[in-house]
Design a protein around this ligand. Structure first.
Ligand SMILES: C[S@@+](CC[C@H](N)C(=O)[O-])C[C@H]1O[C@@H](n2cnc3c(N)ncnc32)[C@H](O)[C@@H]1O
Length: 257
């Protein structure tokens, strides 16, 4: 099969196109490396070391066996190239077979990896990342009915992401909620968004509507009212309906059917 592109593209354009295709084809390696680093607790390990750690520090603190140091180093290099971590090399050190200055590269956190520090931090994105890495590409809503652990993982992932974003949204754009006395978060999962709104505006009566499998696991502490149901059949009355992020695609798909 001949390559017709040769007649239309210059050699530099062909090479650049080839490189770009490879970037996309192997882009999943970054996601996999990111998941490995998060599962190992690398961001927290670096944070505990005062924000800077060598590969040996990271291995010691995350329980990675010395025999696996080259693998860990490769993961850190991929993620450093992707901007998840930053690295300072000591130029005078001899390079090892992976091309790193052995034991001397000091890894530091960048804003994306700082968001992955800690198991229960308010802005902890790790559950979302684990969820996407494990279940990306699979239709989510049917799965939540069949598999309660999947449903729990989805809602934990959303809650971690939502708490982080909503604290900022309420702080920076809270004016949109002024004047409301009631609000219903449709497809609100475990209520992270509604809780952030209720905390910032205690006079707003906040409810969350979601499917029974999500509501049954929701942390009902009285801050918001949870209602189990299908939004295409019933939405509890309120001054305002709140829809956040992922739910748009759901509605879009529903009306396409
Ligand atoms: C990806 S989560 C987003 C949760 C929340 N809006 C957020 O941004 O954190 C989507 C939620 O929509 C819910 N959902 C899906 N179909 C629904 C339906 N027909 N009626 C009500 N909720 C639904 C799911 O159970 C899930 O909790």
């Amino acid at each position: 099969m001949s390559c017709h592109a040769e007649q239309e593209l210059s050699t530099p354009e062909m090479l650049q196109g080839h490189i770009e295709l490879h970037h996309h084809l192997f882009g999943y390696l970054k996601s996999m490396a990111l998941r490995c680093a998060a599962d190992l607790g690398v961001p927290s390990a670096i944070h505990r070391r005062g924000g800077a750690a060598t590969i040996s520090d990271i291995a010691a603190d995350t329980g990675v066996h010395l025999a696996k140091l080259p693998h860990l180093r490769r993961i850190m290099r991929v993620l450093t190239g992707a901007g998840i971590f930053a690295a300072n090399d000591e130029p005078s050190s001899p390079a090892d077979q992976d091309g790193d200055a052995a034991g001397e590269t000091v890894y530091t956190l960048t804003p994306p990896s700082r968001l992955l520090v800690g198991d229960h931090a308010t802005c902890n994105m790790a559950p979302m990342m684990r969820f996407l890495a494990a279940h990306g590409g699979v239709s989510a809503w049917e799965m939540t009915k069949r598999d309660s652990s999947y449903s729990r993982a989805l809602n934990e992932a959303c809650a971690g992401d939502t708490s982080f974003v909503m604290d900022i949204a309420v702080r920076e754009g809270g004016d949109v909620f002024r004047g409301l006395s009631s609000l219903v978060d449709v497809g609100g999962g475990h209520g992270a968004a509604a809780m952030a709104i209720a905390r910032a505006f205690p006079h707003i009566k906040c409810s969350v509507l979601d499917l029974p499998q999500a509501i049954s696991e929701a942390p009902a502490d009285g801050t918001v009212n949870f209602v189990a149901g299908n939004m295409f059949e019933y939405i509890p009355p309120a001054n305002a309906v709140f829809l956040k992020v992922y739910i748009y695609s759901l509605i879009h798909n529903y009306f396409l059917k």
